[in-house]
Design a protein around this ligand. Structure first.
Ligand SMILES: [Zn+2]
Length: 273
């Protein structure tokens, strides 16, 4: 699943390609992909719209046109692909926006992704309704903020990091890496984490997410950029996917456990609490 770094990279690319570009045609192949404005002819409404700036909130991509707000969630396997007009659409393409010189294909093998359309003036409200927590790369996410978040919480720290209503954008892979880098057990009750470790969690969250962006994101399953390019961050994983290998810090065997439906990898020696 694309996490904050991969979504940010898509946003950066879409900004470069789409800003100022006008939609000349819309081809809605799988109607359920689009959650449009009720009662309106959404494909007709999109045609002729020109894109303004594109931004990110958590794992959501926010696009603005002349009069519409578009909220894209890639979920598990969603991709946006910039293609030439004469290129054949890949299988599982559900929606296409045509432009003068190229087309943008919304592709999603598992069909969990959605594109929501609202009137532009309702975009801010629609984003607020997503109930997203702090942005980890913004200044608002600091050790005081994380201390407030974990205070009195019994649930394990990994699930706190993954809870989009508390901190927005971290998914399983980066949570696993952040916990390892901070020497914190994924199973540790959030409220029991010491202040020093809270500080480390904040620092490592920021540095790992930034490093992932610099490395073009992680391509362990399906993630590719808008031009089909893969990221390199998977080569920098220190614990994720390393079951049975020696911990790079202490040599202890890395363990794996399925936890709340996701794979958790950790070093039992380095991440004792
Ligand atoms: Zn270790």
């Amino acid at each position: 699943m694309p996490e904050l770094p991969e979504v940010q990279l898509v946003v950066n690319s879409l900004n470069e390609v789409l800003a100022g570009k006008r939609i000349t045609f819309v081809d809605l192949i799988w109607p359920d992909y689009l959650k449009g404005i009720a009662g309106a002819d959404n494909t007709a409404m999109l045609t002729g719209q020109t894109f303004g700036s594109i931004s990110r909130r958590g794992k959501f991509i926010l696009m603005r046109t002349d009069s519409l707000g578009l909220i894209l969630h890639l979920r598990m396997t969603g991709k946006t692909l910039i293609m030439n007009h004469d290129e054949e659409l890949p299988k599982h393409t559900h929606l296409v926006f045509g432009f003068e010189d190229f087309k943008l294909a919304f592709n999603d093998v598992r069909k969990f992704g959605r594109l929501v359309i609202v009137p532009l003036e309702d975009l801010q409200k629609a984003v607020e309704n997503l109930n997203l927590g702090l942005e980890p790369l913004e200044q608002e996410f600091d050790s005081n903020a994380l201390s407030d978040i974990v205070k009195g919480r019994n649930k394990c720290i990994k699930n706190v990091l993954l809870d989009q209503s508390l901190i927005a954008g971290i998914g399983n892979i980066y949570a696993v890496e952040i916990l390892f880098a901070s020497g914190v057990s994924p199973f540790c009750s959030a409220g029991e984490i010491k202040r020093k470790k809270i500080q480390l969690l904040v620092e490592n969250t920021k540095s790992i997410l930034k490093k992932a962006i610099e490395n073009g994101g992680s391509s362990i399953r399906d993630y590719v950029g808008v031009n089909g390019q893969s990221g390199n961050m998977q080569n920098n994983f220190r614990v994720y996917g390393r079951t049975g290998e020696e911990c790079i810090v202490c040599g202890t065997t890395i363990e794996r456990k399925s936890h709340a439906g996701r794979s958790t990898f950790w070093c039992p020696e380095c991440q004792k609490n």
